[in-house]
Design a protein around this ligand. Structure first.
Ligand code: SF4
Length: 363
């Protein structure tokens, strides 16, 4: 076989030069206009002042451990201020991609914590898996159009991965942030008689310990994207500085039930297969909910990309099956296993007993 050498290159043309097709110019994003009344900085970062100044205190609950610990902490403070009636718990329902029973658990936690208003919001139309396919269609059409503009064969156009990732985390605004804003619109409408922008304090259970990205988040900031002339939204991350141990201590203190997925070994809840989840959580998900894992694997084929960079759902399923074969179907670990790992069995058993005595839940 002959190999190409420098001399095989086409001769340099000396005639009129044809300019190479220019890459399509990227549309510059227009900066979002922020209403003049929206403050640039929060007026305070002191928890009790934040609650006092708010018209609504909206606690975002995924049903997971961080939301749960945050809920109890915020409720304790609001109760002490005699302002529990301002507190609303909102759960963004993710449909089939979320751990079973999460919505019901979030509602039970809110009820047992003494919060009277629990709201469920949901993205309209497609769920996360369907959206991956829709997004793939759009990305493919765009890549092909750009290839044609460059004078290239569109069938060879490289389509970027349609799955969400830490760098392209479109799932959160689509499935959670956007639907939660519809609640803000309703809450704002209820207080139009105030004659001024309604002050919403949104409480989010993000913690610095979760990732370097989350560590950079401010504990209190104005959410300019969610604010407008009718409402001013302040984001408060009440447990931003908390450790895992502190989170579990707060749950023990609350006596509220937590999701059994933690006892199975999960570190995160929400989506069974979270793009940010650690590998053991994903394998655990494939063992507990194999039919959902199969649906993800089917979508991988349809969109021609792995669910996670360097880790396909097919591989996750393979690992889950290998564990099932080696260990057999695992028996459910004793309730409290996850908590005991962080705060020990002595405190965990107290939590279990108090929980049983107070709410009649299994010890
Ligand atoms: S849990 Fe993970 S995959 Fe699901 S919406 Fe949140 S970031 Fe995206």
């Amino acid at each position: 076989m002959q190999t190409a050498t420098l001399f095989d290159l086409p001769a340099i043309q000396t005639g009129p030069q044809v300019a190479p097709a220019a890459a399509p110019a990227k549309k510059a994003r227009r900066p979002r206009k922020v209403h003049a009344s929206v403050p640039l900085m929060p007026s305070t970062t002191v928890p009790d002042k934040l609650i006092r100044e708010a018209d609504w205190v909206v606690v975002s609950s995924s049903g997971g451990k961080d939301s749960q610990a945050m809920l109890w902490y915020v409720v304790r403070r609001a109760k002490a201020l005699g302002m529990l009636d301002k507190v609303v718990v909102v759960h963004a329902d993710l449909g089939r991609v979320e751990w079973e029973g999460t919505r019901e658990l979030a509602e039970l936690q809110a009820l047992l914590a003494g919060v009277r208003r629990f709201e469920v919001v949901q993205a309209s139309g497609a769920d996360l898996l369907d959206r991956v396919e829709i997004r793939y269609g759009k990305l493919k059409a765009k890549a092909e159009k750009e290839a044609v503009e460059r004078g290239e064969d569109p069938t060879t156009a490289k389509v970027p991965p349609a799955w969400p990732s830490s760098a392209a985390r479109w799932c959160t605004p689509d499935a959670k942030r956007g639907p939660i804003r519809t609640l803000y619109t309703r809450l704002t409408a209820e207080l139009t008689h105030l004659g001024r922008p309604v002050r919403i304090l949104e409480c989010i259970g993000q913690r610095a310990a979760e990732s370097s990205q989350r560590a950079k988040l401010a504990e209190v900031e104005i959410n300019q994207g969610a604010s407008n002339g009718r409402r001013h939204v302040t984001t408060w991350r009440p447990i931003h500085a908390w450790s895992d141990r502190k989170v579990w201590r707060e749950i023990a203190r609350s006596r509220l039930p937590y999701h059994p997925a933690y006892d199975w070994g999960n570190r995160r809840l929400s989506c069974v297969f979270c793009v940010l989840g650690c590998n053991s959580d994903l394998v655990n998900g494939a063992r507990r909910v194999p039919e959902l894992a199969a649906a993800y694997a089917e979508t991988e084929v349809k969109v021609g990309a792995d669910f996670k960079k360097g880790l396909s759902m097919r591989e996750i399923i393979r690992r889950a099956q290998a564990l099932e074969e080696a260990e057999g179907p695992a028996a459910r670990p004793p309730m409290g296993t996850a908590m005991a790992e962080h705060i020990g069995w002595a405190e965990t058993n107290k939590y279990r007993n108090r929980r049983a005595a107070l709410y009649g839940l299994a010890a």
